[in-house]
Design a protein around this ligand. Structure first.
Ligand code: PRP
Ligand code: MN
Ligand code: MG
Length: 180
């Protein structure tokens, strides 16, 4: 049961805190892209919840597309990224905002930014709900960050441990006995 799983984690951000921060980020994005068309690119699967809520917090028209990439060999991000599902839309001349749930080592994102920039867009920026500054292995320019968090295993609100816990409404750190 979902509530039981919440009991096993240390809470980090409640549903209300997440929504409040996303609303602030939305106001910033609205101001920065005023008068421009905007394409949001979500990175499956973790970014599903952030995309759903951030896009609905935006009081403007946007288009939404998705990519699925794989960079993990075992439990380590390798930086060698494979496209499992590419975009349906061309990026030529478009303002692109990549939407992520979390930036950990930054390896996935730095590859993705370079890949999307090679497609002739007007701009490529990044919005992420969470970032782990201590885990960063490669510098990535991130324009919109929800929260900087400590280097712990976080789950919920799209974030998984072995594909579980994505459907939690809040974000927490996984209790050690769950994964040890
Ligand atoms: C997670 C997360 C980011 C990425 C960050 O995705 O959603 O996309 O890892 O890691 P990095 O900064 O170290 O590259 P994951 O590969 O677990 O796939 P998922 O979104 O389907 O869970
Ligand atoms: Mn992901
Ligand atoms: Mg994952």
């Amino acid at each position: 049961h979902v509530e039981h799983d919440i009991d096993r984690t240390q809470p980090l951000y409640t549903e209300e805190q997440i929504q409040a921060r996303l609303a602030e980020m939305a106001r910033q994005i609205e101001a920065d892209y005023e008068g421009e068309d905007l394409l949001l690119v979500g990175v499956l699967k973790g970014a599903v919840m952030v995309m759903a809520d951030l896009s609905r917090a935006l009081q403007r028209h946007v288009e939404i597309d998705w990519m699925a990439v794989s960079s993990y060999a075992g439990t380590r991000s390798s930086g060698v990224v494979r496209i499992l599902k590419d975009l349906d839309t061309s990026l030529e001349g478009r303002h692109v905002l990549i939407v992520e749930d979390i930036i950990d080592t930054g390896l996935t994102l730095s590859w993705l930014v370079a890949n999307l920039k090679s497609r002739g867009p007007a701009s490529v920026e990044v919005a992420t709900l969470l970032r782990k500054p201590e885990a960063l292995e490669i510098p990535v320019d991130v324009k919109y960050v929800g929260f900087d968090i400590p280097n712990a295993f976080v789950i919920g609100y799209g974030l998984d441990f072995n594909e579980k816990y994505r459907n939690l409404r809040s974000i927490g750190t996984l209790a050690e006995h769950v994964y040890s």
